[in-house]
Design a protein around this ligand. Sequence first.
Ligand SMILES: CNC(=N)NC(=O)NC
Length: 283
Amino acid sequence: KSNVAVYWGQGYNQDRLSHFCQESTLDIIILGFINVFPEAVGDWPGSNFGNQCDGTVYEGTELLEGCHQIWEDIPSCKAMGKTVLLSLGGEGATTGVLDHETALGFPRPFQNNTIDGFDFDVESDGGHGYGSMITRFREHYASYPEENFYISGAPQCEIPDAQLGYAIDHAAFDFIWVQFYNTPSCSAASYFDLTDGFNFDAWVAVVLSSANPSAKLYIGLPADPTSAYYLTEDQVTELVGKYMLLYPDTFGGIMLWEATAADNNVDAQGLTYTEQMKEVLYY
Ligand SMILES: CNC(=N)NC(=O)NC
């Protein structure tokens, strides 16, 4: 079963989470972002969810306290069978888990909601701390054997990814959705131009030699048709059709950046981009 995973939380004028939970074509929803990481053990993280939340923060921190709609919607999202992950990082985030200790001390004041795991969208200051952090998450997960908890990552498409390369090699991820956009040399769009730098094959090799060779590898795509890296439904059908068949065990599905842009991107048949992607996967 291949999945459609979408980021939500940074969309322009975005709808609340429950709106997207009702969309049958979404399987995994990645909440972005915890965008401020602690500088030292005991520091608090910080968060940003765009137009959501009420702007209040925990005293003296950058961690949003009034994200009522999100916390209300997570249980219903899970009741609809969605996997809900909380993403750490995002563009311009204050990342940089300094060291092993800070990584282990990353507090988890994420309300009393149980999310299904954590996503690492580390776009700067990566390094070895993330390997330790993920290993610690795995240790925590092990004390809830009846629960399914996940770890995912969103590396850029150049190999090795400067921020997450070490973590991918040394810590077990369940899903790796490569941003086959933002980097011209290896984008999915480059599959359709003379450079043909699209490197899904090489990413499969990375996964097979990583700490979790059975991790699922997703093709990350922009949902906004004005993106320089945008692919039409026909292009995605050709690209995904080829790689889904080439690597049936490793291919996991499609990731979209991001949910609101996908909602607003409707084709002649009235299908949102997410619905188009679902058709591509089950065509
Ligand atoms: C510019 N940064 C992004 N668009 N980040 C992502 O797409 N992360 C999954």
